[in-house]
Design a protein. Structure first.
Length: 253
């Protein structure tokens, strides 16, 4: 029986699914299925394959060492132990350069040359700086004095003219019931905004983009406010009222 067949049979005998084994070992299901098919290419190398065999074997309750030994026998054998000395020994000998005594004569000559060059630079730098400052003082011109005059006031817009009101973008209707009545409200697309009974003191507010249509069961039973304007109680003493309001209502008298 191969390694994969053994893992499959023992997993099924333990009553575990591939998913359950994957959750307990944190090994992907595709890797476990490959191992059960004797395909260890998904493991990422022989080192990881041995570790996966041990992890799966412990979960399904079998001794992993016989399976690991069989894997080594069919995949080039177990890795050879490495001694500590060989592990830390470099592959190529490191050549150490022989230390030489410092050349003090060359160092002194270099320091002396540096002092001479520094002195020459300081002398030339001071003279050149004086010349540049003199040239700037002769050729320079005084900057213009800042103006103290106050800026001219910008013309103010004319006042007192009529101000055009911004056009409305929607129609707003508020209803306050004066007594119990039935009411239905719809927008310009026929969608119902409200339909039902209103009792005395109930207040409803609606808004729509273009139009609101009302059907009031009893005339004079509600107070209407349209686009911020109080319209009172339309249809006083009459029956059913059918009203519609748009963004321009109420029209000016």
């Amino acid at each position: 029986m191969t390694i994969g067949e053994t893992l499959t049979e023992e997993r099924q005998r333990a009553g575990l699914t591939v998913t359950q084994v994957s959750l307990q070992t944190r090994i992907r299901e595709t890797v476990i299925r490959g191992m059960e098919a004797d395909d260890f290419s998904f493991c990422g190398g022989n080192f990881y394959a041995r570790g996966h065999i041990r992890s799966v074997s412990r979960v399904i309750g079998i001794d992993p060492e016989p399976l690991v030994a069989e894997f080594d026998a069919t995949h080039g054998g177990a890795p050879q132990p490495v001694s500590a000395a060989s592990a830390f020994e470099p592959e190529q000998p490191v050549a150490f350069r022989e230390r030489r005594a410092p050349n003090w004569s060359a160092a002194m000559a270099l320091a002396l040359a540096f002092v001479v060059v520094y002195g020459v630079v300081q002398v030339i730098g001071h003279d050149g700086g004086a010349e540049r400052r003199t040239a700037q003082q002769v050729a320079g011109t005084p900057a213009p004095a800042p103006s103290t005059s106050a800026p001219a006031p910008s013309p103010s817009p004319e006042t007192g003219g009529p101000v055009a009101a911004a056009p409305r973008t929607k129609v707003e209707v508020q209803v306050e019931a004066k007594r119990t009545t039935w009411l239905n409200a719809q927008d310009d697309k026929g969608r119902t905004l409200f339909s039902g009974m209103l009792r005395k003191g109930d207040v409803k507010d609606w808004s729509a983009k273009r139009e609101i249509r009302l059907v009031i069961g009893v005339g004079g039973s509600v107070d209407l406010t349209v686009n911020g304007k109080d319209l009172g109680s339309p249809g006083q003493g009459e029956g059913v009222q059918r009203l519609s309001f748009d963004r321009d209502d109420p029209e000016p008298a």
